[in-house]
Ligand binder design. Sequence first.
Ligand SMILES: Cc1cc2nc3c(=O)[nH]c(=O)nc-3n(C[C@H](O)[C@H](O)[C@H](O)COP(=O)(O)OP(=O)(O)OC[C@H]3O[C@@H](n4cnc5c(N)ncnc54)[C@H](O)[C@@H]3O)c2cc1C
Length: 332
Amino acid sequence: MLEDTMKSFHHINAKTVDEAVNLLERYGGRAKLIAGGTDLLGFLKHRILEDYPEVIINVKTISEAGDMKEDSEGLKIGALTKLADIAGSGLVREKYRLLAEAAESVATPQIRNMATVGGNLCQGVRCWYYRYPHEVGERFLCRLKGGKTCYALTGENQYHSIFGALNGCVAVNPSDIGVALLALDARITITGLSGTRVVSVDDFFRSLHHDREAQSLVTEINVPCPNDEAKQAFFKFSSRKSLDFATVSLASVIPMKNGVCENARIALGAVAPKPFRAVDAEQLIKGRVVNKAAAEAAAEASVKQALPLSKNSYKVKIVKALLKRAILSGVK
Ligand SMILES: Cc1cc2nc3c(=O)[nH]c(=O)nc-3n(C[C@H](O)[C@H](O)[C@H](O)COP(=O)(O)OP(=O)(O)OC[C@H]3O[C@@H](n4cnc5c(N)ncnc54)[C@H](O)[C@@H]3O)c2cc1C
């Protein structure tokens, strides 16, 4: 019979980023970081992964990573900032509105009060094969766990990728914050054993997916300020209005001048193994008067490369609808 209780582990409060990194070095793959715990504790309770950590390194005790402030380069968000603080910040609501809306769309007030932005970016995928609780039956040794098979490819794939696989896995990344940060062209600072690096959102999610056990710490997120004329939008389509992950989400920043689109960054969520740039749609509206025809052409272009699986072609229609809505928002 399978046990349904959590195993015991050592809990260490790290006081500084350096201390957390040193602890990661000391314990290697036997340690796991914890911030708000809203994702990690579920993983441990249900024994999703075979390797159970012996040591949990609490990063909430690192005071240097909990601030949010603006300077001439934009917004600096410490990795321990709570989603509730992002959603409720007057500054974020005024100048980085889509980020506040993305944070507000996550889960429930209770979860947003615990969940940190760093933890949101690093959360595990929600694929039901990957997350199959060990107490229910044997784990699925899927591609993301190092196995040979992605069970969703030929199985229940309603909520999976329509833009192909990464590393043989078609689970989508569930982070709403990641989608918002991709549209905002943010940079993510990571500190690990090999030092500190600043990476784009795209690079961050690619390496997160390939190397889930990477022993490094997200410390800060830098978000350049969109110009005043930019239209910002965040839309999330899900089966329920609250407490639901996105079926498809979209975040966009579209700077406009006299009705003409000067530039565009459009990011889609829950459609690919990492937040996905709708580059074809962006190219189509750049330099054009934004109207219904342009929005429809961009929506069609955005799904040109879609490869829906057996049960998720409905997502293609949602992508097109959200894209048109984002491009036409505020257009008379
Ligand atoms: C019911 C429910 C509904 C949800 N709905 C949504 C939703 O709609 N949209 C959405 O985006 N998310 C959703 N989530 C996920 C939720 O947002 C995440 O659980 C949360 O953001 C994780 O943050 P945390 O601080 O609790 O992370 P933790 O649970 O503490 O950690 C999560 C993972 O990140 C790692 N980690 C944590 N901090 C760092 C760091 N600074 N650097 C490196 N690694 C780190 C941990 O080791 C762990 O692997 C939902 C979760 C639940 C339980």
